[in-house]
Design a binder for this molecule. Structure first.
Ligand code: ZN
Ligand code: ZN
Length: 396
């Protein structure tokens, strides 16, 4: 089959000493300390074979993630920007939906022909974190498309326990192609769901919600806040195209934070109350935290989903005066995230198709990666659909 293979040189930074485990496994815990001079090629690789508890999947759609972009991009010294675990070479791509084409002998719930969305956090299921319902914190975590073969490929194999059926969604949309494109959006939306509703404990209907950063994670947060009954959703985003998509997905108002002071406009639009839930999906904490700390409603919660290695200044006193809280979250596994998003989609309570702003054919995945470095699109989708829904904004 054909696939996108991601390689780089193992060349630890002079300031970084790899751990014995990293050396024996070849898996860097933080790719940005070790992997240098990345290359991406579209090439022929052997077809995967499913194990007894696995299925073989024909990939139908795979979204381009900011993490993929961070593997493609490097700093001045040539190191990849991505800070997660990576073992190379690997077939990349992890936000996918696919059709089951073969099932292992121990597979119980899936059949040939089922459409599925796949989780990318491959937790072990055995360690204490996994058995304490924290699969995203599994110390043995493998990540599809980073340390295990991913979905920028014609075929991928996956354990049954990481897959969720999309058959009902295909029925609702009347199209298997559309169901797979929407299915490939579930992974980033589930990161927002996990942060807002699992880590931060959720929100009441009638809440005021502020979302910083309207890339796919922020857009997912906006759509979920709307579905969960937010009284008002206020977005902040520097990109004009993304602001437009944020409005489409349910934000009541979206501002460029460089032009409009976020805390002032949040106070104004909430009658002075502030935001009950704040989502930081910009990964720009040094810039967003000063405004966020002035925007908490009494009892407000902030969930930090963006990533940055920089220390951000926060006046913790505000957590006392407003009885506010800050939590973080990573990943999308467990907590019912995938199945509950699928229920919302299947029942017409969540409409996120507008998040897809550009499409590429699988053989043009490298072009899609290059395009993603612009950071103007909301979600770029690599689609195996025979007919592209909108040829106008599609490439190759
Ligand atoms: Zn992703
Ligand atoms: Zn585990």
């Amino acid at each position: 089959m054909n696939a996108v293979v991601f390689s780089a040189e193992w060349d630890p930074r002079p300031s970084y000493v790899p751990t014995p485990k990293e050396l024996s496994s070849g898996k860097a815990t933080m790719a940005c300390h070790v992997w240098r001079r990345p290359s991406f090629t579209w090439e022929k690789v052997p077809d995967p074979r499913p194990g007894p508890d696995e299925v073989l999947l024909q990939v139908r759609a795979c979204g381009v993630c900011g993490s993929d972009t961070h593997c493609y991009e490097t700093d001045d010294a040539g190191y990849v920007l991505f800070s997660g675990p990576v073992r190379l070479p690997v077939i990349c791509g992890h936000e996918y939906a696919a059709e089951v084409v073969e099932v292992g002998k121990d597979v119980r719930e899936l059949q040939v022909g089922d459409l599925v969305a796949g989780e990318g956090m491959l937790s072990c299921g055995v360690c204490e974190a996994c058995r304490s319902f924290r699969p995203n914190q599994c110390p043995h975590l493998e990540m599809l498309g980073f340390s295990a073969p991913g979905a920028y490929a014609e075929l991928v194999r996956a354990k049954e326990r990481f897959l969720w059926k999309l058959n009902g969604l295909a029925e609702r949309l009347g199209s298997r192609d559309r169901a797979c494109e929407v299915g490939a959006l579930i992974e980033p939306i589930a990161c927002s769901y996990n942060g807002m509703f699992v880590s931060a404990g959720g929100m009441r209907p009638g809440s005021y919600v502020a979302v910083f950063g309207c890339g796919p994670i922020g857009l997912g947060a906006i759509a979920l806040a709307r579905a969960a009954g937010a009284a008002k959703v206020i977005g902040f985003e520097v990109g004009a195209e993304r602001r437009e998509v944020a409005r489409k997905l349910g934000a009541d108002a979206v501002f460029d934070p460089r032009e409009t002071p976020a805390d002032e406009v949040i106070r104004e639009l909430t009658g002075g109350w502030g935001a009950d839930m704040i989502v930081e999906a910009a990964g720009a904490a040094t810039l967003t935290m000063p405004a966020i700390e002035r925007s908490f409603a009494p009892g407000g919660r902030m969930v930090y989903l963006g990533r940055t290695g920089a220390r951000a200044p926060v006046l913790l006193d505000v957590l006392v005066t407003q009885a506010a809280g800050i939590v973080g979250a990573r990943g999308h596994s467990g907590g019912g995230c995938f199945p509950q998003i699928i229920r919302l989609l299947e029942n017409g309570r969540l409409d996120v198709e507008g998040m897809i702003t550009r499409r590429y054919r699988p053989e043009a995945t490298l072009d899609a990666l290059v395009k993603s470095t612009d950071r103007t699109d909301a979600k770029i989708m690599v689609t195996h659909a025979r007919e592209l829904p909108d040829s106008e904004n599609s490439a190759a």
